[in-house]
Design a protein around this ligand. Structure first.
Ligand code: ZN
Length: 209
């Protein structure tokens, strides 16, 4: 039995009861198709592993958008297995710390039964902020992979370079720019839609239509 979810006009997520899901992300007027099968033996080529898990993070970002949250998604992976997932949810959770990365780290630590996640990779669709970089260091994540840069508050390479600060006692390998066009487009589409909705409400309010 299959389940079809349409969280946003940009992303169609199809889940199948054996753990396979297919995400069709129609962004920038083209169709990108990713097949993610986290619990079956179908794995991508080694050089495509980062894209594979970033595609999974994008499906989580789409879930955030469907709840009216800024679409950011994150996945923690260790030894080729999904250990934790999260998406941005500060409004729905009334929680200022509920960024996608923090939610994924909490989920992974709970499942691992250990607040240290040494050897794990965190995939996130947007460059982490200062709070999330701090949490990455506290959780001993070994590798950080992100999609789009965040010019205003990104704390890895944009607004500041927190991981380069010498007082930190943990080194994280960093890779940026994985599926960056898709990761950036899902956010700009979200804000375009939101601006259009606000305009529409104002027009209705003023009786112009
Ligand atoms: Zn953050």
């Amino acid at each position: 039995m299959s389940q079809w979810i349409l969280p946003t006009p940009d992303c169609l997520v199809i889940t199948v009861n054996n753990g396979i899901f297919v995400a069709l992300i129609n962004l920038t007027h083209r169709l990108s198709a990713f097949v993610v099968a986290s619990r079956v033996a179908v794995m991508p080529e080694p050089e495509k592993i980062d894209e594979y898990w970033m595609a999974r993070a994008l499906t989580l970002a789409a879930r955030a958008a469907s709840l009216g949250e800024v679409p950011v998604g994150a996945v923690v992976v260790r030894d080729g297995e999904e250990l934790g997932t999260g998406f941005n949810a500060p409004i729905t959770g009334s929680d200022p710390t509920a960024h996608a990365e923090i939610c994924a780290l909490r989920d992974a630590a709970a499942r691992a039964g250990n607040y240290r996640l040494t050897g794990a990779t965190l995939y996130v669709t947007l460059e982490p902020c200062t709070m999330c970089v701090g949490a990455i260091v506290h959780s001993r994540i070994s590798r950080l992979v992100y999609g789009a840069c965040e010019p205003k508050s990104g704390a890895v390479e944009s607004a500041r370079r927190t991981l380069d600060e010498t007082h930190l006692n943990w080194q994280v390998e960093v890779v940026g720019g994985i599926l960056q066009d898709d990761c950036s487009q899902i956010i700009s589409n979200f804000f375009s839609r939101r601006r259009a909705e606000i305009r529409q409400r104002r027009q209705k309010g003023s009786g112009k239509e």
